[in-house]
Design a protein around this ligand. Sequence first.
Ligand code: TK8
Length: 783
Amino acid sequence: MTVTIFIVSLLAAMAIGMPIAYALLVCGVTLMAFLAATSGLVIFDSQILAQRFVEGADSFPLLAVPFFLLAGEFMNAGGLSRRIVNLAMAWVGHFRGGLGYVTVIAAVIMASLSGSAVADTAALAALLIPMMRAAGYNVGRASGLIASGGIIAPVIPPSIGLIIFGVAGNVSITKLFLAGIVPGLLMGLAIGLTWWWVAKKENVPAGRKFSLSERLRTTAQGAFALALPVVIIGGMKFGVFTPTEAAVVAAVYSFLVGMFIYRELKWSALYGLILSAGKTTAVVMFLVAAAMVSAWLITVANIPTEVAAMMAPFMDNRILLMFMMMVLIVLVGTALDFTPTVLILTPVLMPVVLKAGIDPVYFGVMFIMNNAIGLITPPVGTVLNVVCGVARISMEEAFKGVLPFLCAQLAVLFLLVLFPAIVLVPRSGGCDDPVFFNPVSNPKETSMFKRRTLTTALVAATLFASTSAFAQFADRTIKFTNGVNEDHPVGLGVKKMQEVLAAKTGGKMKINAFWGGSAGGDLPATQALRAGTQEMVCTSSSPLVGIVKELGAFDLPFLFANEREADAVLDGPAGVYFNKKLEEVGLVNLAYWENGFRNLTNSKRPVTKAEEFDGIKVRVMQNNIFLDTFRTLGTNAVPMPFGEVFTALETKTIDGQENPFVTIETSKLNEVQKFLSVTRHAYTPFLVLYSKKLWDQLNPQEQAVLREAAMEGQKVQRAANRVLNEKSLANLKTKGMVVNEVSPAEQRRMFEKVKPVYDRNVPTIGAEAVTIVLDALKKARGS
Ligand code: TK8
């Protein structure tokens, strides 16, 4: 049903001629209205629209887009593209249909310099079509070849398409880039072979042969252009820079070469080039921002679940499922342009992909390749339009010309559906990284017993419901977001809550849980609770210090010595005090769960004593006390939302982070971190929060059941967390982390070093809150 609303509203807006970005906003608003009318969510709010819109564009990875576009402009205006064509000509121009091979080679090289199919095609067409026409080539055929060469750009890195997919789907852009290389080369190979066959059949003329000295000269001239892809891909592969930094390097490099080495870039042209890159960026970013609004509502409205249900018959056969999704993408891709297709389909399909256990990197590359092919199919076929414009031929002629190449590229796509391993060959893990994996459905701890209680509860519930014993409960689906993954003990706590709700409300109140930050980070989610647009979140207290300054008391370093002390404080009057503070800002805290004692991980060195923190670039949670603590310890601390940590570590934007063992393991941070130092520098509780606005709409029975469920969940969650804490430490060692203990004496020295943090921050936290916590702590210690 919701799927229909989504599709109809989008199509209707487009049908009346609305630009796609606005159509996406209309679609978002329609979904909002629908949800507000049917689910009781207080979601119809212009503020949310504005907030999501701005947040959508506010992204570090997307900053790569303007720089790669600028690099493309400099490359064409600075003579890099022309030298690449000259170089290819000197080596392969003398074969039959030589200019065709020149096209293919130049297209592949240019694809590794720029990320945009349209820009590459325009440059190739402008350079090659006049030459091909003069040499007596069939212009339709030549244009077709150029178009099919141009669409290699989004597959071979850098690629604007892969960046947008990575951002929309939360997939590593570096991995996507590396995985795009082989498929892109195969696309080139496919059209090269097809051209060989076409040239023979149509008897296309050969060009002149170049002498060895000419060949060496053009190669030397082209060398500066050829060096760039090596720098970019090597730099990302070895973690020297992030894709965004690579984009800046590419722009600066092509500027310097065009300006000072080839001397073709004119100062006077600069403004125009920057303006042109700026305009294209604006189009892309506006689209991205609008799409993030609808993407968010797509998730909230549970459309991916509906789509997954439709795809259910294919779920077990992953190749068939890939095939079905590829067909869907072709269909959508022929009707829509490149970027909108990525932005609309990614949030819809990614959950299906993950659920079926398909590697998101593989899927991403296939998605983008498929979409790129859509650029040379009518009716939209943007790239085909570009060659038509340059060659001044009709769309029919161009399509006839491109047909054999189109078939060849579709064949490559099909081949990669059948043999997915080819795509992932250059990945760091080598060939043994599985493309298909077993998705984690139930954490192992879901024992048979628990499942049986659940079933019994459900059966009992249905029986009771028919006698209307649950009349006091309304049908409610509660959205509950989490930054941790489902296999974290929080997953067991939530499961327990679901069981209690099922039993006590006859299945009327349900929790719909989201994991791994897939439906938004902790801080935005908490704000959504305050606004009344989402019911629940489980978050560390730390990112909330900007909202409730008193919570900062828990961030004071080395406050608690063990879990017993933490429980005593949180479950006593101090806990009640903080609950009151939270209510004042629109948040009902149902229970304190456990995140646990936090420890430092980093990629530089083991930290065994206070001095060894020096200079490490550490991510901390978004609050001043952690920032102050880690700066005082000597690190170069940067605040960052948890959702960005993995990628930032992977791309070496930061060296380290700090979290409890369980979170380190379940969020797989060990894959991107080498050293784990058992610092136990802070204990942060998890808050299980409910929106006060929505809480006030519940009746007392509903509120009581929720509180009870959260407290039952607390028992399960805390117990599991403590068991898993030790296990996780052992697992992290087996998985290759180098673990070091910190001696009590050294811990003491660390504490001495950060003591000034207390003095500096107590005034901002408020003496009252700190005193309450310290008093409770004294009582717990029996002193
Ligand atoms: C989980 C977070 C997180 C926290 C952090 O949603 O940000 O480092 O410890 O694990 O609350």
